[in-house]
Design a protein around this ligand. Structure first.
Ligand code: PLP
Length: 455
């Protein structure tokens, strides 16, 4: 049997246990999961374990993991360097609501690796980190409004859930005067009125907002890449332009580095793109999957804490998270893990390019090799609205086929593939085989709006 024939065969293993678990879970959990993002109906995956770059579901099906828990597992599942440090720390007690040396070390590592953060505080999630950073910006400036960019996801607090990820981009309104589109019900109108959406990469639109709202604008929160549209990159001068506008109007610039921090470079996207914000938020890669997160920034802004801005949390800086962060950040700082991950991503992109070019399928890569997307389009979109013009129906069909064949990207064309240090050369080769077989199957099914190759 040739390699392609073997990958053409869909997973034979059953999903019977998962279907039974789904039927059981929906009796006691909305959607059968703890997060809307994992609620895939009958396709909801119930996981058993992970190791390195692989994950197994409760039916025993094995997958090359390209989601890596939505990004945090940067070294690989079950990395003994991190897990041993956590286990050892946990034996001394996990939760005191007192401060441990590990927490101090985390802040020191963040300062050292970014080179610009003066003060940092740990939180439990990225959501808490962006919520507090936005509050600090409002307190520092004495103004209420914050600009966010369409399609950017900053977590699930009310101020973040405006103009995030609609399937129908027309609901975002006129691009020169976007509406404040709340994601779901329950977000107070008064809250959404403090959030000003602007299309990503639209510097002139941002300037217009500054000219209009200058006395009310506390700051701009931006994920340096559009992480929830496969990592669409900032155009030349975009981040520096935001920096200049914030300086001109006395507003605070917040980089949401929850996905990019300690992944794109030791100093995150700020280092990679050479633009320094006033505040930044970190999470995912800093804990290799343990719930470690932080926000930090320049001393004059962070000095709003502890006296003038509320921040707390029973679990903030808990020992499990802090020990994981010390171990993970130390590895990322002292080894060539990031370079390895980047090379793995480039090898994956070369493999995919070879397959797609052979078939004459137009495609572009977005993001950074360690967190990249492949879009079926003739050019890279510049903003979230542009994602809708890519052939995401074809992508979704390929991603679904990949899961059926043993590699698991997110079955949503907006989420990038995440590489980890533990992904091997064999994982790359096998993923490419699975991708090719899934592409072939999707083309045979003639996905609507496809490409010349399937006409
Ligand atoms: C850029 C960004 N900010 C914030 C968050 C929220 O982080 P958390 O899920 O830890 O609350 C996420 C989560 O995916 C994210 O990608």
């Amino acid at each position: 049997m040739t390699v392609t024939e073997s990958t053409n065969a869909k997973l034979k293993a059953s999903r019977s246990r998962q279907h039974a678990m789904y039927a059981r879970a929906v009796q006691s959990m909305p959607g059968g999961t703890d997060s809307n993002f994992r609620a895939w109906g009958e396709d909801t995956v119930y996981v058993d374990r992970g190791k390195g770059g692989h994950v197994w579901d409760i039916d025993g099906n094995e997958f090359i993991d390209l989601r890596m828990g939505y990004g945090p597992v940067i070294l690989g599942h079950g990395d003994p360097r991190v897990d041993d440090a956590v286990a050892e720390a946990a034996r001394r007690g996990v939760s005191f609501s007192l401060t441990s040396e590990e927490e101090v070390r985390v802040a020191e590592l963040i300062k050292m690796m970014t080179g610009w953060v003066d003060l940092a505080r740990m939180t439990v999630s990225g959501t808490e980190a962006t919520m507090h950073a936005m509050r600090v910006a409002r307190a520092f400036t004495g103004r209420d409004k914050i600009v966010k960019f369409e399609g950017q996801y900053h977590g699930v607090h009310d101020y973040a859930l405006i103009s995030v990820l609609p399937n129908d981009v027309s609901t975002l309104g006129d691009r020169d005067n976007p509406v404040r589109l709340a994601w779901g019900r329950g977000i107070p109108q008064a809250v959404s009125e403090t959030v000003v959406p602007v299309p990503y990469n639209d510097l002139s639109g941002l300037r217009r907002v500054f000219e209009r709202d200058q006395h009310d604008l506390a700051g701009v929160i931006v994920e340096p890449v559009l992480g929830n549209a496969q990592g669409i990159l900032p155009q030349a001068g975009f981040l520096a332009g935001i920096r200049a506008l914030c300086d001109e109007y006395g507003a605070v610039l917040i980089f949401d580095e929850v996905k990019t921090g300690f992944r794109f470079a030791r100093g995150g996207a700020a280092e990679l793109f050479g633009v320094t914000p006033d505040l930044a938020t970190y999470a995912k890669a800093m804990g290799n999957g343990y719930p470690a997160a932080a926000f930090g920034g320049k001393r004059e802004v962070m000095n709003m804490l502890p006296d003038e801005v509320s921040h707390g949390g029973t679990y903030a800086g808990n020992r499990i998270a802090a020990a994981a962060a010390v171990a993970t950040l130390t590895i990322l700082n002292e080894t060539d893990a990031l370079e390895t991950i980047c090379e793995t991503g480039k090898a994956m992109q070369r493999g995919l390019t070879e397959i797609l070019s052979r078939r004459g399928i137009q495609h572009v890569f977005t993001g950074h090799p360690s967190m990249f997307g492949v879009m079926f389009a003739d050019r890279i979109p510049t903003d979230y609205r542009g994602w809708a013009e890519t052939n995401h129906e074809l992508y979704d069909a390929v991603a679904k086929g990949m899961i059926e064949r043993g590699a698991m990207p997110e079955p949503d064309s907006r989420e990038p593939w995440f590489m980890c240090e533990a992904h091997t050369v064999e994982d790359v080769a096998r993923t490419c085989e699975i991708f090719e077989a899934s592409l072939q199957a999707a083309l045979q099914e003639k996905v609507p709006n496809c490409c010349p190759a399937c006409e």
